[in-house]
Design a protein around this ligand. Structure first.
Ligand code: NAP
Length: 247
């Protein structure tokens, strides 16, 4: 059997202390990549995951940084490069989504914080890491968006706009980096349970999903790994939403 194309690569997954990030990090470790686990406040979950992955033989690093702070985001990359080497696979997955029902419930602080974590940090990380990927002729960037970028969603205007910005970033970057062996895509899930954003399901929520249940972090990770393995797949935004939003 051919070896996994992700084996021996260095991956940075932000938000790895959360539900989806942890599942993606496990998938990358199983593929044989070295994995840097980004976190903000939950060092315990990041450390527990690091111990689990290291026990399976993965080179792993936990890297705490508040990604609302650009300097901290850049420092995170420097730490990863020093400990694990240049980043081949970037999954800017960290995100925030505080529910605001009405447009005038979204304060300036809400707007700035959601844009900073959900859009500016992925941009800053990609801008810092992509040139090295181009030089080495290999790279994978997978942004974690949301169905809200297509539908508006239920979190609020600040969240939907921050995620929609990732789609424009995907298309611009993908078209410029493709010829250097760097793929850029976005995955737009909806209603993924066992995450900090959505710990569980209510009947009301299930009724809104054609499949009749919430998605799982492992289902997001399965799709993320398929996208990351495929060097001919770029410039795409994939929905993963139980049929909520056909495209
Ligand atoms: P989660 O369990 O709450 O994870 C969120 C992660 O983001 C945590 O690891 C958290 O770190 C990190 N984070 C938050 N603010 C940060 C900051 N300022 N700096 C650095 N890291 C920060 O939720 P999740 O569902 O796994 O979310 C992962 C991604 O999926 C997000 O981008 C989210 O928008 C997207 N998404 C989720 C769903 C869903 O239904 N769950 C649907 C669509 C899209 P700490 O815990 O260490 O603070």
């Amino acid at each position: 059997m051919a070896s996994d194309p992700l084996a021996g690569r260095v991956a940075l997954v932000t938000g790895a202390s959360g539900g989806i990030g942890a599942a993606v990090a496990r998938g990358l470790a199983a593929a044989g990549a070295s994995v840097a686990l980004g976190y903000a406040r939950d060092a315990t979950r990041a450390d527990d995951l690091a111990r689990e992955l290291a026990a399976g033989g993965t080179r792993v690093l936990t890297a705490g940084a508040d990604l609302a702070d650009r300097a901290a985001a850049l420092g995170l990359v420097t730490d990863v490069e020093r400990e694990l080497g240049p980043v081949d696979i970037l999954v800017p997955n960290a995100g925030v989504g505080q529910i605001r029902e009405r447009i005038d419930d979204v304060s300036d602080a809400d707007w700035d914080h959601h844009l900073a974590v959900n859009l500016t940090a992925p941009f800053v990380l990609a801008r810092r890491i992509a040139p090295g990927m181009q030089e080495r002729g290999f790279g994978r960037i997978l942004f974690i968006s949301s169905v809200a970028a297509f539908t508006g969603g239920v979190v609020g205007a600040h969240y939907a706009a921050s995620k929609a910005g990732l789609h424009g970033l995907t298309h611009w970057l993908a078209s410029r980096l493709a010829s250097d062996g760097v793929t850029v895509n976005a995955l737009a899930p909806a209603l993924i349970e066992r995450t900090g954003m959505l710990p569980g399901a209510t009947d009301d929520l299930r009724k809104r999903i054609p499949v009749g249940r919430l998605g799982t972090p492992d289902e997001v990770a399965d799709m993320a790994l398929a996208v990351l393995r495929n060097g001919y797949l770029t410039n795409q935004v994939f929905g993963l939403d139980g049929g909520m939003h056909p495209r």
